[in-house]
Ligand binder design. Structure first.
Ligand SMILES: [Ca+2]
Ligand SMILES: [Ca+2]
Ligand SMILES: [Ca+2]
Length: 477
């Protein structure tokens, strides 16, 4: 009898424990609200039902599940996750063949909110990705490691653009560190940044964009954000276009090679790119084209380009610049372009260039051997007895000759980051004005002590320094 009495009492205590535990453990939406650092409150509606709200620092509040679903499974929202408070940023992992949040990139993309990051593990993803206007970071595990980029592949399966943007993304949106290949489209076979009416401002960096096939336009089209540190190669053009087409932002530090046309119709800033082994390197571009190496192209270096064309090295192409009718062409080295020559039908302002075979005068134009370090090996640094940056060795070295292009640029061009002694005047060519500019040689090794006022770096303060200072007197940049 005693035993029978004990059993219900024990059960009652157990039940009480479960009930109190249940009320102590919040539901996932409440827990999420608390984890985000906000406060959870229970409200009672007019019918007597209870519901939880998440209260935010500014006093605003949302029904807790609305906030939870918006931030954790936006796909399930169906328009009813209208909580305006921003979600905490998430990192979402994708792997095609390992444990991760998703095994394909599009599903992960659809699950994101602005500000989220998707990290994609190595693998081959046969997908055609659409950002759908989301300002997210889509990246491989290590975009700066070429082996990771080569092993993290989005393959468009020759069905459509590999990556498509809505055209509304802003500069916080990033695509970084992928091999983007086998796209097939009219415009933007590799990466389509939108339409001719609206263009993405997403940043596209550290990608290998190769072997994309298009009828018109480019492997990259309508990308108006910064395009940098990519390799764009092997584009197949069935009708008309180029590797990079109608991208009007900053295009810098890319290697663009082995395409029928490298860049076409881009009028922003094109700088510090290596554009080589294409047929035509750059066509119908304007804006500012500077500090590029344009070499080994079997056709033109620049054709129908206007704007400011400065400090480029354009060498070893079939022709240098054709029909730069209204361009300002200065501080360039345009050499060894054969059989058609350096400048053809260019009538703009042409000053302070080295142009092989040039006979038409103009202020500061010279015709001489530019003394490149190793043009056959692609090294267009200028030889100098005072010091040349050896990129292979990662150190400065000295040559037994000094290039005539050192300190031969336009005196009114900013000296930029040229290391001392820099002559106080910019060098011609793609490294002019940069940290890799070859140093000025004055007949003796550079002085060991820098004297205040020695502007050109010849170890003495005299009228030459004063002339440079006077020339730039009260100049502001
Ligand atoms: Ca994998
Ligand atoms: Ca200089
Ligand atoms: Ca001096």
């Amino acid at each position: 009898m005693k035993l029978k009495m004990k059993t219900p009492a024990f059960m009652f205590v157990t039940l009480l424990t479960i009930v109190s535990l249940a009320s102590a453990i919040p539901n996932p939406a409440s827990q999420f609200c608390i984890n985000c650092g906000y406060c959870c409150e229970i409200r009672t509606d007019p019918q007597g039902g209870q519901f939880g709200v998440c209260v935010f620092p500014d006093g605003s509040e949302c029904e807790e599940w609305s906030f939870y679903r918006k931030c954790n499974s936006p796909q399930s929202c169906d328009g009813d996750c209208n909580c305006p408070w921003p979600c905490p940023k998430r990192i979402i992992y994708v792997d095609d063949d390992g444990p991760a949040d998703f095994n394909n990139i599009q599903a992960a993309t659809d699950d994101t909110n602005d500000g989220d990051t998707i990290i994609v593990k190595k693998g081959i993803y046969f997908e055609n990705i659409n950002f759908r206007g989301k300002n997210i970071i889509l990246t491989s595990t290590d975009p700066k490691d070429p082996t990771v980029v080569a092993a993290t592949i989005i393959d468009g399966n020759n069905l459509d653009s590999v990556v498509t943007f809505a055209g509304t993304e802003n500069r916080t949106c990033v695509l970084s560190g992928f091999t983007v290949r086998n796209g097939y489209a009219n415009y933007g076979a590799g990466i389509c940044g939108g339409t001719w009416e609206k263009q993405t401002h997403a940043e596209i960096r550290n990608n290998m964009i190769a072997a994309n096939t298009l009828w018109y336009g480019g492997a990259l089209d309508y990308c108006y954000g910064t395009i940098q540190n990519n390799v764009v190669s092997g584009t197949i053009i069935l009708c008309d276009g180029g590797a990079i087409f109608d991208c009007q932002g900053i295009i810098q530090n890319n290697t663009i090679l082995d395409n029928p046309i490298g860049l076409i119709g881009c009028n922003g800033i094109i700088q510090n790119n290596t554009i080589c082994d294409n047929v035509t390197a750059v066509a119908e571009c304007g804006g500012i084209i500077q500090n590029n190496i344009i070499s080994g192209n079997s056709g033109y270096g620049l054709v129908y380009c206007n704007g400011i064309i400065q400090n480029n090295t354009i060498s070893g192409n079939a022709a240098g610049i054709y029909r730069g009718d209204e361009a300002t062409i200065r501080n360039n080295i345009i050499s060894a372009n054969s059989p058609y020559g350096g400048l053809i039908y260019c009538y703009g302002l042409i000053q302070y260039n080295l142009i092989s075979g040039w006979t038409e005068g103009g202020v500061g134009n010279i015709d001489s051997d530019p003394c490149f370090a190793d043009p056959n090996g692609g090294d267009y640094h200028l030889k100098s007895q005072a010091g040349r940056w050896d990129a292979n060795e990662g150190q400065w070295t000295k040559d037994n000759v000094t290039s005539p292009c050192i300190d031969a640029g336009d005196m009114s061009s900013p000296i930029g980051l040229e290391p001392f002694p820099n002559g106080g005047i910019i060098n011609m060519g793609s490294f002019g004005g940069t940290v890799e500019a070859s140093k000025s040689y004055f007949g003796e090794p550079p002085c060991e002590t820098i004297i205040a006022g020695d502007i050109n770096g010849d170890c003495i303060v005299n009228l030459n320094d004063f002339a440079i200072m006077a020339f730039h007197w009260l100049e502001e940049h």
